[in-house]
Design a protein around this ligand. Sequence first.
Ligand SMILES: NC(=O)C1=CN([C@@H]2O[C@H](COP(=O)(O)OP(=O)(O)OC[C@H]3O[C@@H](n4cnc5c(N)ncnc54)[C@H](O)[C@@H]3O)[C@@H](O)[C@H]2O)C=CC1
Ligand SMILES: O=C(CO)COP(=O)(O)O
Length: 339
Amino acid sequence: MSAKKTVAVIGGGNFGTALANLLAENGYAVLMWMRDQEQVNIIRRERYSPRYLKGVRIHEDVEPTTDLQQAISPDLLFIALPSVALREVLKPIASQLNNKMLVSMTKGIEANTFLLMSQILQQLAPTAKIGVLSGPNLAKEIAEHALTATVIASEDDTLCQRVQEVLHNKTFRVYASNDRYGVELGGALKNVYAIMSGMTVALGMGENTRAMLITRALAEMTRFAVKLGANPMTFLGLAGVGDLLVTCNSSKSRNYQVGYALGQGTPLEEAIKQIGEVAEGVNTLKVLKAKSEDLDIYMPLVTGLYAIIFGGMKLGAVIEKLMTAEPKTDVDFISAKGF
Ligand SMILES: NC(=O)C1=CN([C@@H]2O[C@H](COP(=O)(O)OP(=O)(O)OC[C@H]3O[C@@H](n4cnc5c(N)ncnc54)[C@H](O)[C@@H]3O)[C@@H](O)[C@H]2O)C=CC1
Ligand SMILES: O=C(CO)COP(=O)(O)O
């Protein structure tokens, strides 16, 4: 590879590829780890992925590889694996991740442990510096250079500065935060509500309905996060309301697409298969439902969606239950004291 500084992206799906291209455009040599040698060969030969970000040329300075040892050699690693794969892929080389800068781009929650991805990274490599990149960041739009902003969240200011330095450019703006937990939780939770939003669109429901859904989703996810110790203000930022808005409003979101297909009457398994890419919200819905019950947190939207998808309940019955529930107070998740 060239004398350029090298960084790595672990995961060569839509988001990994978009970020790898961005880094290469910013002047870095990028190692992009993927598990499939055939796809690596095709990208090396043709500079296009046969499967992800179709039609987007992959920069010459992005070097795809299946060699994980080689891929983790830089000191700055961006992790863009699906949540179900992150621990499994990184565990065998965990000791070599210590003292590196590890940035999770994955928006999911581990089943059984309820760990967020950066918490898994911390378990695997306790002396690594850990960060989370999250925000309204549809991979396809980043790849097409749509003006985009994101958040890098870490307790470590040097990590935040380094990530800002490598990613910032004319079309991509990176804000810093020290609320890693809140930023990461926002990115994971909003996927569930994007499924619901896609469903309402497929069913031809109105704009009032979608505005109500998104706003009450924000209330619900913030209420949950506050109970778990996150800062509610984080949810007013890019990684909270910003990501919720883009994912609930865009047919480019895979979670929205799952909801849309469900709304059209497609069974869940078939909807997931049709999309053929990661839609984290389905798993997140399961773990969130269980956690909200454990902690006794009122989450009627999560309960309702779960009842439709996994409980065989009819949408009409769930909507009636939601709309006729006991009247509540608006913005109930932030105490009025002090304002
Ligand atoms: N695509 C997007 O717009 C964005 C995605 N994200 C998050 O990034 C993460 C990855 O998403 P995408 O890249 O979009 O997914 P994708 O579905 O486009 O690609 C997933 C990649 O992971 C690989 N993979 C799947 N299972 C694996 C395993 N067991 N071991 C190793 N590799 C495996 C696939 O081969 C593929 O390269 C998700 O958590 C998603 O929520 C976050 C922001 C934006
Ligand atoms: O997280 C995303 C945008 O910020 C992408 O959402 P999907 O995974 O639903 O495509």
